[in-house]
Design a protein around this ligand. Structure first.
Ligand code: GAL
Length: 822
């Protein structure tokens, strides 16, 4: 490539100028080239241990999602093998450039109870699976070009989680090489003490670590960049660092005419911190941040001085058939589907989420309630975090805040969900006070909170008063009482509704049953456990109590585990939930495990969005029901809707005036029916054909939706979420498979088995159909349709090209689809 040594030298000098060695040496992604073994392994921490027979894989990895489902595991946590021992080993050489530098290894999350060794020497243990951690491993490494071995042992326990936690090194791992003087782990804290349209004052506190044996004088420089990457300010100061200590630099800068981080305009700035010694740059650290104000009062929650209500959802961290292993695209798609529903806020129930999820919320304009714990000292399941609470809670909670504090999306910290200490009249509040104190030591810019389900207990016992904003789980009818009795304590619905349903499944006549022999739940959106109630009830009480800051629905997406109303008794039952096997994942989602909207998605959309939408349920295939009444519901944000059956009008209904009676039955609420103004309905004597609904806004036709009685399944149709994806080895294409009749109508009850064949630059990583009660593997090349649909998830390889997915099924016309990878 180079004609002469001279030109080679010139190239290298130029290269060094543009890419100084620190840039190459920092943060090496360490996800590739691991060996994995899923059992106890004597001596596996030793460097000369023979792991050549272990499975070779790349991270992030969740061993439990590979299954198989088995009734010997707990359906409550997904019916999957998430407990036991898992070992990961990686053999590597340290780059020559690392000599004289500090080397740290960072795990963004390890599920769970990680023990880590480097070259046979123990470096540390971190029990909590949801928090990241790092170790300085410099003095354990060989820098002479010989092999190093890092070994990680994970020992997740049975009965350690109320849902599916995943298992393994399920988030990214990094090898970080820095000068001995460098910005500490999660070492910057960017705040915006004053913000106006004219200017924002930005403060950056930077913890600088001097791990060398000499004291040093350094300069800390902060340079700020606008959302379009223009330089918008620079400040610096000198710092004295005695040997082996750290010190904090605090610098302020003014940013003129700041662009706000807001829901519609999530503008993101960047602070680039450089450490200079003797005029030479020795470290560089980038922090993304946003400029926005938040304020809470008993009147509501204000973002940039605008009252906003939380149209929120609770989300667990798994991504259905992909398990807990982090895929940025899976989270992005999940959040996009939630935004389409009208969601503006996410509660990370009930633990710290992945870095990727928070980055995406920053970028997509979603507010986040970042939650630390589901349990303190009193267990909900015998082997849960309760075992580690005393020793680790302070560290884990503070680390969550240290890790996450620069995300503008985060508007509240939660110290816990439905903590059983709520019932401890005498001492429960003391723990809340202690945890709240930890929050305040770390961050004074955001309110603290917790989700309380025992109203009025924790309010009467002074526990709720320990946080800034009290979350109420499942007590909408008590909002007004709380506001009257505790006038100084702002509230919101931290967990609401918990109604259950199976996508596309309808049971007639409408009944408020507890469970159904099919192990599915009707999608008329009325069935739930005793504490649950239809979304309509929450809408109603939120409207009656405008001071309540909004709600977080349980849940946005279905998740693995907790198959309520099947299998188990209630939420504090220990033990196994296998009575209704194979029911093994949740029915709570407004969206199923595949990401396909259920009817409830549209009920929320009708309440939370303004762009005209209309949605009809059930489907229109009721062979054998001719002449019998079918309740037809319409969820819309239009003013009026008119229904037509085979061209004949069945009447026009007015939203807000024409009510639908729904059955309810939840604890601490008397009436057994509710006249809902949130649903329009007609009783329609069944006749096959075309059911059409027309929505009107201000008297004019806004839009319409048509449903046709489908004929026999005849063909497969395929569609993909994006026709072109990145050839980076992690990007995903989601292919939706529909079973259609010859005219292209969805066959709403089809359950045909579909076979897949993928050729080209990628891999079929998972299949699913959203059925919560099946033990078909997620990792197969076939899947039955459920309510007419299933899903194939394809992962790009690292070579650009194209992937062709072929789908075939006996008696059906097959289909294929091509996805480009670049
Ligand atoms: C709540 C709990 C959630 C989930 C939900 C199901 O009580 O906080 O984690 O179990 O019930 O309705």
């Amino acid at each position: 490539m180079f004609k002469s040594t001279l030109s080679r030298l010139a190239f290298l000098m130029l290269y060094a100028l543009y890419f100084p060695t620190w840039a190459q040496a920092q943060d090496l992604n360490f996800n590739k080239g691991w060996r994995f073994y899923n059992a106890k392994a004597e001596g596996a921490e030793k460097p000369d241990f023979d792991d050549s027979q272990w499975r070779a894989l790349d991270l992030p990895h969740d061993w439990a999602i590979e299954g198989p489902f088995d009734v010997k595991y707990n359906a409550r946590s997904g019916g999957l093998p998430f407990h036991g021992t898992g070992w990961y080993r990686k053999t590597f050489k340290v780059p020559a450039s690392a000599t004289g530098q500090k080397v740290r290894i960072e795990f963004e999350g390890a599920m769970y109870n990680a023990h880590v060794w480097v070259n046979g020497q123990f470096v540390g243990n971190r029990p909590f699976g949801y928090i990241g951690f790092e170790y300085d491993i410099t003095d354990k490494l060989h820098f002479d070009g010989t092999d190093n071995v890092v070994a990680v042992r994970l020992t997740p326990e049975d009965l350690s989680s109320r849902w599916y936690p995943g298992a393994g090194l399920y988030r990214s791992v990094w090898l970080k090489i820095d000068a001995p003087i460098h910005v500490a782990h999660w070492g910057t804290n960017v705040t915006t003490p004053t913000v106006s349209d004219a200017k924002a004052v930005v403060q950056v506190e930077t913890t600088v670590q001097n791990s060398s044996s000499q004291s040093a004088e350094v300069v800390v420089r902060q340079a700020f960049f606008s959302p379009s990457n223009e330089p918008v300010g620079e400040v610096e100061e000198s710092l004295t660092l005695p040997a082996g200590t750290s010190a904090v630099s605090g610098l302020y800068a003014n940013i003129q005419k700041p662009l706000r981080w807001d829901l519609e305009t999530p503008s993101l700035y960047k602070a680039v911190t450089t450490i200079l010694k003797d005029g030479k740059e020795i470290d560089r650290y980038e922090t993304r941040f946003g400029i926005r104000t938040i304020r809470y009062t008993t009147e509501g929650f204000y973002l940039n001085d605008r009252l906003v209500r939380f149209n929120g959802v609770c989300l667990h961290h798994d991504n259905g058939a992909l398990g807990a292993a982090v895929y940025r695209r899976a989270d992005e798609r999940k959040l996009q589907i939630m935004k389409d529903m009208g969601v503006n806020a996410i509660r990370t129930s009930h633990n710290p989420p992945s870095r990727e999820l928070l980055e995406l919320c920053d970028e997509m304009g979603l507010m986040v309630l970042d939650e630390a714990f589901d349990v303190w000292k009193i267990p909900k399941v015998p082997n849960g975090y309760n075992l580690f609470f005393e020793e680790w809670a302070e560290r884990d909670l503070k680390d969550m805040i240290r890790r996450d504090r620069n995300h503008p999306s985060i508007v509240m910290w939660s110290i816990g969900n439905e903590i059983l200490e709520q019932a401890d009249k005498k001492n429960g509040w003391k723990k809340a006070q202690m945890l709240n104190e930890y929050v305040k030591q770390m961050d004074l810019t955001r309110p603290s909170s917790a989700g309380f389900n025992n109203y009025p207990g924790p309010f009467d016992f002074n526990m709720a008063q320990q946080v800034d904003i009290a979350g109420m789980n499942y007590k909408p009818s008590k909002y007004s009482e709380e506001i009257e009795n505790y006038p100084g304590l702002p509230i919101y619905g931290s967990e609401t509704s918990s109604v259950t349903s199976s996508r596309g499944v309808y049971h007639l006549p409408i009944e408020k049953y507890k469970t159904h022999e099919s192990k599915q739940v009707t999608s008329y959106d009325i069935i739930g456990p005793p504490w649950a109630y239809p979304p309509d009830i929450e809408f109603h009480f939120q409207e009656l109590n405008p001071k309540v800051m909004g709600e977080f629905v349980w849940t946005g997406f279905d998740y693995l585990g907790e198959p309520t109303p099947y299998g188990g008794k209630d939420n504090s039952t220990n033990g196994y939930w296998n009575a209704d096997w194979p029911a093994r994942s949740s029915y709570f989602g407004a969206v199923d495990l595949c990401g396909f909207p259920k009817d409830r998605f549209y009920l929320y959309q009708s309440q939370w969005t303004t762009k005209p939408m209309i949605h009809l349920l059930p489907h229109w295939n009721w062979k054998g029901m001719e002449g019998k009444n079918i309740p037809v519901y319409c969820y819309t944000n239009c003013d009026e809707a008119e229904l037509f059956l085979n061209g004949k009008s069945l009447g026009r209904k007015v939203k807000g005036k024409d009510l639908t009676e729904i059955l309810i039955d939840f604890s601490r609420y008397e009436p057994k029916t509710f006249q809902s103004k949130y649903r329009l309905s007609w009783d329609v004597p069944y006749q096959p054909g075309t059911l059409k609904v027309v929505g009107y806004k201000a008297g004019k036709v806004a839009l319409e939706q048509t449903m046709v009685t489908a004929g026999k399944p005849a063909k497969i149709s395929l569609s993909v979420d994006r026709p072109e994806i990145d050839a980076d080895g992690r990007d995903l294409a989601y292919v939706t498979i529909r079973i259609e009749d010859k005219d292209g109508n969805l066959c709403p009850e089809a359950d045909n088995l579909v076979d897949f064949d993928l050729q080209g630059a990628g891999e079929l990583v998972a299949v699913d159909n959203g059925n919560a009660a099946t033990v078909e593997s997620f990792q197969a090349s076939y899947r039955k349709a459920f309510s007419g649909q299933c899903l194939a998830i394809l992962r790009a390889s690292e070579h650009s090209g194209q992937m062709t997915l072929k789908a075939t099924s006996k008696k059906l016309k097959g289909a294929e689809i091509v996805i480009q990878t670049k």
